[in-house]
Design a protein around this ligand. Structure first.
Ligand code: C2E
Ligand code: MG
Ligand code: MG
Ligand code: MG
Length: 271
């Protein structure tokens, strides 16, 4: 009720806005010193094949352990980092750290690293990828970058060229959170990538919602037709695993197989 408050007084709405802006600035300035204080680390979540139940890799997920705030979830600080350019420094650190760690893994397991649309638009991404690979000694084909469907659309026309350059290095490209953006299925044909990660909302709703089931089936079928690997995110139950196996999904990730942990661990056999 800003109007009735009259001149001079501040409405609840304005106070709320001010608090949100202040909180943002405070997160932003905390983030600037977080790297030097080693407050970031990576957690690794296993990815398992459905044809032979093998762990073929891990997704690296950033964690921020703040001395006062505690664990700050990436969903609350990554968007702030993206709007202040800090994502470039943070993203570079994630790449270096993930490659260094993955170089020690057995059985040629890959590491999947989330790359923001800001990084994708940066002319230095290629250089950062090469540097992370060279420094760690990790073979390029054991690094996979994850780009969200939305980031691919936002990044515009040049994105195909960028992805092609990345793939020319031997690095794999996955489309993350597929189904949550506004891309059409024809984008799947046009963009060069190696894996589709189907958003966990479709997995969660498939049993009870026919349209989620239809999308799940459709994307897995398209993946097969295009020769692109399909990964279902957020698998939490044996029922979901059985369904995905029967639909012909290639690989899965989710709490059923393993939660993200600080040390990449062989997951428990879930099937
Ligand atoms: P994402 O890349 O789609 O990662 C999957 C998220 O789902 C992770 O959340 C993971 O912990 C969670 N998850 C995995 N399995 C399950 C499950 O079975 N059930 C449920 N309920 N959740 C599950 P997290 O770690 O909080 O990360 C959230 C998002 O933050 C990521 O979504 C990604 O978009 C972003 N993010 C995380 N690390 C980085 C990073 O290093 N760089 C960038 N740019 N973004 C990152
Ligand atoms: Mg991801
Ligand atoms: Mg995802
Ligand atoms: Mg997600």
């Amino acid at each position: 009720e800003a109007k009735r408050n009259g001149g001079g007084q501040t409405s609840c709405y304005q106070v709320g806005m001010k608090e949100a802006v202040a909180e943002r600035h405070s997160l932003e300035s905390d983030m600037r010193i977080a790297m030097g204080r080693r407050e970031f680390h990576l957690a690794y979540q296993p990815v398992m094949t459905l044809c032979d139940d093998r762990i073929i890799g891990y997704e690296a997920l950033i964690r921020w352990d703040h001395p006062v705030r505690g664990l700050v979830p990436p969903a609350s600080f990554i968007p702030v980092a993206e709007q202040s350019d800090q994502i470039l420094a943070i993203g570079r650190w994630v790449l270096e750290e993930a490659c260094r760690e993955a170089a020690t893994w057995i059985d040629d397991r890959h590491v999947a690293v989330n790359v923001s649309s800001v990084q994708l638009r940066s002319p230095r991404l290629l250089e950062h990828l090469i540097s992370a690979l060279t420094t760690s000694g990790l073979p390029a084909d054991r690094l996979e970058i994850e780009v969200t469907e939305t980031a691919l659309i936002e990044s515009g026309e040049k994105v195909s060229e960028i992805l092609t350059a990345i793939r020319t290095l031997g690095v794999k490209v996955a489309m993350d959170d597929f189904g949550t953006g506004y891309s059409s299925l024809s984008h799947l044909r046009q963009l060069p990538f190696d894996r589709i990660k189907i958003d966990r909302s479709f997995v969660a709703n498939a049993m009870t919602d026919q349209s989620s089931m239809a999308v799940l089936k459709g994307v897995i079928q398209i993946g097969r037709d295009l020769g692109v690997s399909t990964l279902a995110e957020g698998v939490e139950t044996k029922g979901q695993l059985d369904l995905l196996r029967s639909l012909g999904c290639d690989v899965i990730q989710g709490y059923l197989i393993g939660k993200p942990t600080r040390i990449a661990r062989q997951a428990m056999a879930a099937a």
